[in-house]
Design a protein around this ligand. Structure first.
Ligand SMILES: Cc1cc2nc3c(=O)[nH]c(=O)nc-3n(C[C@H](O)[C@H](O)[C@H](O)COP(=O)(O)OP(=O)(O)OC[C@H]3O[C@@H](n4cnc5c(N)ncnc54)[C@H](O)[C@@H]3O)c2cc1C
Length: 406
């Protein structure tokens, strides 16, 4: 018996999490034959991308989702952030950033990851030209000069693609198969994520408090609760996760204060060890990296997905018209055009973590002066409120409200 012929596609996307699903949607109606492979079904409790976290979407990401037709399914779940209050625990420095001052409707939107997953996969299911394997895992990958050769799922389906996209997260199998190393930097911090209900419903104000152990973000949710991203040293994170609900609420309240009122209820806690992972290159032979496979950031500024979505938006625009989407010239074009945004956002996020992690008196004083000056400087506020549009000189078409293909 002869082996079944390999399935032929132009673009194979490995990973249908937040970034891979967005990319598949962006490419679905183009001339390229696209296959999306995702290991876990989107509404499963095991789905690592669409879990209990929330994502702060910048205005640029909202525009991308509007252009892709996803935003109408997200709007009801999105809490508009109209003000951000930044403070430094134990110091006087504080700053406020307001949407009204910046002349925008919102500084960003806080959306549950599960709602993003549902909206993206609902749209994907409506794309007749898109091939999807789910649940199915890519188990083998060989990258040759003419094609990427994949083995997928329990039935060991063979696929040949002109290019394979690594959208398979920080521990990317595709990145490893492409021989691309990743620089890792352990922040020795763990983010404890939990939703809380207080006696004062959330109303569009987000809080970012820098504490001795790391940043503590308290973000409004559309249902009036808050989502908390509490960064702690690993041992303390383990200890607070083991507390009963009322002791946990008391510990959180002691670190954060009473700005959101009294915490009346706490939800399930989940812990995420934090490290910066940065791939040495974004492209290899017949392979290209997006999202966490390319760079996984500290969540301090809520920029990881926003950056990954811009990877996907530009990659779609570059691959869509290409006669050979895996040719070195096409892939190098992508790497070159993403370089400044990527470098800028990694530097901005990492710099923020280091600046606020330092307990040295000189640094703490300069930081407080910085926050106080920032609070008085409209130009600095405007620059910060534009960070979520990216550091790149070039905004991808989807970010400008234009379809992927002219
Ligand atoms: C606590 C926390 C808070 C955050 N908050 C924000 C925020 O507010 N704003 C923001 O912009 N970013 C935020 N981020 C970052 C954001 O979550 C990530 O940037 C985003 O999840 C990256 O998505 P991804 O699709 O690249 O990777 P992932 O989310 O890791 O998804 C990878 C997908 O690939 C699949 N997969 C893996 N291997 C295979 C395989 N071999 N075959 C098939 N499928 C495979 C997985 O099942 C998964 O679905 C936060 C991160 C953390 C940890």
């Amino acid at each position: 018996m002869t082996a079944a012929a390999a399935t032929q596609v132009d673009i194979a996307i490995v990973g249908g999490g937040m970034v891979g699903a967005s990319l598949a949607l962006a490419l679905a109606a183009t001339r390229q034959r696209v296959l999306l492979v995702e290991a876990v079904v989107p509404d499963s409790s095991q789905q690592p991308s669409f879990d209990d976290r929330t994502t702060a979407l910048g205005n640029g990401s909202r525009r991308v989702f509007e252009t892709l037709g996803v935003w109408p399914h997200l709007a009801a779940h999105a809490a508009a952030v109209r003000e951000i209050r930044v403070s430094d625990a134990g110091h006087a420095g504080a700053a406020r950033l307001s949407a009204a001052e910046q002349g925008v409707e919102a500084l960003g939107y806080v959306v549950p990851n599960r709602a993003i997953g549902q909206a993206l996969w609902r749209q994907l299911a409506a794309q007749p030209a898109l091939a999807i394997r789910n649940p199915a895992q890519v188990s083998e990958l060989q990258l040759d000069a003419d094609a990427a050769r994949l083995v997928i799922g329990a039935a060991s389906e063979r696929v040949e693609a002109r290019v394979v996209v690594a959208a398979d997260g920080a521990q990317s199998l595709v990145r490893a198969a492409a021989g691309i190393g990743a620089e890792l930097e352990d922040y020795e911090q763990v983010a404890v994520v939990v939703h809380v209900l207080t006696d004062r419903p959330a109303a569009g104000i987000a809080f970012e408090r820098f504490t001795a152990t790391g940043p503590l973000a308290v973000l409004p949710l559309a249902d009036g609760r808050y989502t908390v991203v509490w960064t702690l040293a690993p041992a303390r994170a383990r200890a607070v996760c083991a507390l009963d609900d009322s002791s946990f609420a008391a510990a959180l309240q002691a670190d954060f204060g009473w700005r959101i009122g009294r915490i009346a209820q706490v939800g399930t806690r989940a812990a995420y060890p934090l490290r910066l992972s940065r791939a040495e290159r974004m492209v290899g032979t017949r392979a290209v990296l997006v999202g966490n496979a390319a760079q996984a950031l500290h969540p301090v500024a809520g920029q990881g997905f926003n950056l990954g979505l811009r990877d996907a938006a530009l990659l779609a625009e570059i691959l869509a018209p290409a006669p050979d989407p895996g040719s070195p010239a096409v892939l190098e074009d992508y790497e070159r055009r993403r370089a400044s945004d990527r470098r800028g956002m990694i530097g901005f996020t990492d710099g923020l973590v280091r600046l606020f992690a330092s307990g040295r008196p000189g640094v703490a004083a300069a930081r407080n002066l910085g926050l106080a000056l920032f609070d008085l400087a409209p130009a600095a506020k405007q620059a910060l409120s534009r960070v979520s549009w990216g550091f790149g000189a070039e905004a991808p078409r989807l970010l400008r409200g234009l379809p992927v293909c002219p």
